[in-house]
Structure formats: structure tokens, C-alpha cells
Design a protein around this ligand. Structure first.
Ligand code: ATP
Ligand code: MG
Length: 450
């Protein structure tokens, strides 16, 4: 942002001093430039505090701490979030209350090692924390006001807001899978105290894999819907950034957002784009991002309580094995193509609300559409609807969707899961070291394709 734009934003802020979005934007800009006093002066004395997120409080706290108003910083960043504690540490340093500052700093970095700030640590005589077990080579990403500003601007488009709530009732078939998810994911979310008593954490990671169009994304959405949790949908390709370091920042900010909004489901679609085998990564860039992802997932297991991490992929064999270690995507669910009853259920779901002829033979269609995914079936129904529309126009009166149209559509639409199953069979046969494809083999055996 250039100086002229910034100044005009500041003029706008002067007219509407309680516009916190605007306030945060300009404060961040000033912080970014190291103009701490200017940043601090922008913050009105009687700023309404409710509605400010921990991250916002941290930014304002940092500005006030560094900009010569440390007492006010302590009031603004008074919460328990690591970011706010870090801002307090800065303020306490400015006030020469070193012992308290050190405590605040250490508290912040124990909970969120990525906040480590060597200079601040040194000034406070605090211990430099090295993230445990992640070892050498792991990026120790430091969050600065600048990073947050970038993240803020870039994350908004990454979070696609949920248009309408999806629940299990919208997903046809997949009953065993829904039952597993209910027992192992939704219940821990709904009864945290019970699980606490048995020292089982809610949250954690689950990887859904299966052919394209079988409802992996839909199931993830429905899981969030059933948990009454916020759903953050992230496509990895949106996180990838050509600038070195930026992808890691975005990823970190995504996790922070979800943690601040718990209970939340953070859904990573196309995980293979991220977890692509590290040895295949062309440069260190992707490898760094993978490392960041892994430390987000396990470095702070406690912080991830209440945040469920779901991943989905069509190509599980391209996902780095490190992703499947305990505490990460330690549960893997195969989402199979729908079986006959499931196909009938999906057909009925997709027909709901459309004009349908009485006595339509859904069962016949279900029987003859082996290998069709849910998306294929949806396509089939759409095709049948087109045929009915044509017939309606020709007849000059409404012709509902009937068996005739379904049969004709079934002949046009081709199943898309077979190719995937062939590839999966090879991986399952020759690279099933830890048994991760057992369910696939079981499915293939049951359907006479092994
Ligand atoms: N079991 C199902 N019940 C109802 N609709 C389904 C089901 N499976 C798939 N569909 C339909 O197919 C569409 C595609 O499903 P979805 O995007 O969830 O598939 P996916 O497994 O994530 O595919 P991809 O691997 O290509 O991302 C959905 O919009 C939905 O309408
Ligand atoms: Mg999908």
C-alpha cells in the first residue's frame, strides 16, 4: 500500500473511529513499516472491545506496546490467547516489568512455539524455545504483524462460506462409514467431558479417500454439519503460493483461524497436492510446506482439541506416509462407490422435488448402474430431466421423469469409478505394506474385481 492510500484510509478512519476493520488495516500497515508511534496513535482511547478477535487484540496490543502506550496494551491484549500474551510480554518489557514479561513470553511460546521471537526472548532473558521433536530443518515460522496482515488479506477468499448446511441425510448410502464417523468423530465433539474422562481427545485427523465423485467432499461437509461445527474448506492449490515462505504463512494462519473458531472442521481437499511424496518435490519449497503442515498437525496437539482436520484425496498412494502417523491423519476411511441400495438411495435423493412418474423403476436403474459414482448418478438424473423437459415441450404438457427417460439416460452416462478401481487394485496388491488398502481389497473381492 502506498503512503497516499494509507493516508486517505487514515482520514476515513478519523471520520469513523470505531470502524475496527479499517482500524486494523491501517494499524497493520503502520506496524509493517515499523512506525509504531503512528500505529499506536490511531487506536482510539475508548475503543469498543467486544467483537475483537484474539488476533486483532494482539495486533492492537503490539502497536500500543511498541508505540509508547504499554499500559493500554495490557488492557487491550488481556486475554489468554498466545498472541495476546506475546503482546503483553512486549508491553511488560516496555514497562520494565521483566519477570512478568518473561512469564508472559514463555507462556505464549509454550503454547504456540511458532510465536518465538529471539530478540524479545533475549531482552526478557527468557528461554529460547526450540520446538520439540520436530528437529532440524523444520521451519520455525515466526508470526509478525506483517504476516498476519498478509494472511488476513489472502485468507478471506480461501474460506468459502458455507451456503447451506449439509447433513448425513443428504448423503445417500455409505451407512457403515457414517456410523464410524458418528462414533469416532461426532460423539467426541458432542460429549467432550466423557472423552476427557477417558483421556481421549476429540479432534485429530481423518483422511477420506476413494474414486472421484463418490461424495468425499460432501461427506466432509456433512460431518461438519452433524457436529454443529464451523466448516473451513481449503483447496490446497489455493494455499500454494509462488513466493517462498508465503504458503507456510497462509497455512499457519488457516490453522489459527480454525483454532480460534472451534469447534471447527478444517477440510483440506486434494491433500495429495500438499502431501505429494516429499522426495518428488522439485525443490525444497514444497518440502517446507509439508513440514509446516505436519508441525501444525502435531506440534500443538493440545491446541487442536476441538478442531477436526479432515482430508480428502483421490490418490492416497501419492500422499506422504508421514501424513498417516499417529496424531496426524491417523484414521483413514475408504469411501467406496455406492452399492446397489446406496445407488437407489442417491437416485431418490436426486429426484426429490422434481416431477416424477408414479411407479418409476428406480430399482432397475440402481441394478444396472454398477460402477457409477454419486456424481455419475446425479448426471444421470440431470440427463433424464433434460429428456423429460424436451418431451414436455413437444407434448405441450408436463411429462414427468419416468423409467423410460432413466433408461435412456443410463445408456448415455458412463461410470467413472472403474478406472480408479483398477489403479487402486494395483497399489493395494503391490504396495499395501501397512494394510491401508485392506478396505479397497475387501471391496474389490466382494464385487468380484480382485
Ligand atoms: N453418496 C452421495 N449422496 C448424494 N450425492 C452424492 C453422493 N456422492 C456423490 N454425490 C453427488 O456428487 C457430487 C460430487 O460429490 P463430491 O464432490 O462429494 O465427490 P468427491 O468424492 O469429493 O469427488 P472428487 O474426488 O472429484 O473431489 C456431489 O455434489 C453430490 O451431489
Ligand atoms: Mg472432492
Amino acid at each position: 500500500m502506498d503512503e497516499v492510500t494509507l493516508e486517505s484510509l487514515e482520514a476515513a478512519l478519523a471520520a469513523t473511529p470505531h470502524n475496527t476493520t479499517l482500524l486494523l488495516t491501517v494499524v497493520r500497515e503502520r506496524l509493517k513499516r515499523g512506525e509504531f508511534e503512528k500505529a499506536a496513535r490511531l487506536i482510539p482511547a475508548e475503543l469498543p472491545m467486544d467483537g475483537l478477535l484474539p488476533g486483532d487484540r494482539r495486533v492492537l496490543g503490539e502497536a500500543l506496546a511498541k508505540g509508547g502506550a504499554p499500559e493500554r496494551a495490557l488492557q487491550v491484549a488481556s486475554g489468554g490467547s498466545p498472541g495476546e500474551r506475546l503482546a503483553r510480554a512486549m508491553a511488560l518489557l516496555a514497562l520494565d516489568r521483566i519477570t512478568e514479561g518473561r512469564e508472559a513470553y514463555e507462556g505464549a511460546t509454550v503454547e504456540s512455539p511458532l510465536l518465538a521471537d529471539p530478540e524479545l526472548a533475549k531482552a526478557l532473558g527468557a528461554r529460547e524455545r526450540v520446538t520439540n521433536d520436530v528437529g532440524a530443518g523444520r521451519p520455525r515460522y515466526q508470526v509478525s504483524a506483517r504476516d498476519e496482515a498478509i494472511a488476513e488479506a489472502e485468507l478471506k477468499p480461501l474460506f468459502q462460506p458455507e451456503a447451506q448446511k449439509v447433513t448425513f441425510a443428504d448423503v445417500g448410502g455409505l451407512e457403515p462409514l457414517k456410523e464410524q464417523i458418528r462414533r469416532r468423530i461426532i460423539l467426541p465433539f458432542q460429549k467432550p467431558s466423557l472423552f476427557e474422562r477417558f483421556k481421549r481427545k476429540s479432534g485429530g485427523g481423518i483422511l477420506l479417500f476413494g474414486p472421484p465423485g463418490v461424495g468425499k467432499t460432501m461427506l466432509a461437509r456433512a460431518t461438519a454439519g452433524e457436529c454443529q461445527a464451523k466448516f473451513f474448506n481449503v483447496a490446497i492449490s489455493d494455499v500454494l503460493d509462488m513466493y517462498i515462505g508465503e504458503s507456510e504463512q497462509k497455512l499457519h494462519a488457516l490453522f489459527e483461524k480454525a483454532r480460534a473458531a472451534k469447534p471447527a472442521v478444517l477440510f483440506f481437499d486434494e491433500v495429495e497436492a500438499l502431501g505429494g511424496k516429499r522426495q518428488f518435490a522439485r525443490d525444497g519449497h514444497t518440502a517446507k510446506l509439508v513440514s509446516q503442515f505436519l508441525s501444525e498437525m502435531d506440534g500443538f496437539a493440545s491446541q487442536n482439541t476441538g478442531v477436526l482436520i479432515l482430508g480428502a484425496t483421490n490418490t492416497p498412494w501419492a500422499v506422504d506416509a508421514a501424513f498417516r502417523r499417529p496424531g496426524r491423519f491417523d484414521r483413514t476411511f475408504f469411501v467406496p462407490p455406492p452399492d446397489r441400495p446406496a445407488r437407489a438411495a442417491i437416485l431418490a435423493l436426486k429426484l426429490a422435488g422434481r416431477p416424477v412418474a408414479p411407479g418409476i423403476e428406480l430399482d432397475w436403474v440402481a441394478k444396472s448402474t454398477s460402477g457409477f459414482s454419486g456424481a455419475d448418478l446425479e448426471h444421470l438424473i440431470d440427463t433424464a430431466a433434460d429428456l423429460a423437459i424436451e418431451a414436455t415441450i413437444q407434448a405441450g404438457k408436463e411429462v414427468p421423469i419416468g423409467t423410460e427417460q432413466l433408461k435412456q439416460a443410463a445408456a448415455e452416462v458412463k461410470p467413472t469409478t472403474l478406472e480408479w478401481l483398477t489403479t487402486a487394485r494395483n497399489h493395494a496388491r503391490y504396495a499395501n505394506e501397512s494394510g491401508q488398502y485392506d478396505e479397497v481389497l475387501e471391496f474389490l473381492a466382494k464385487h468380484g474385481k480382485a
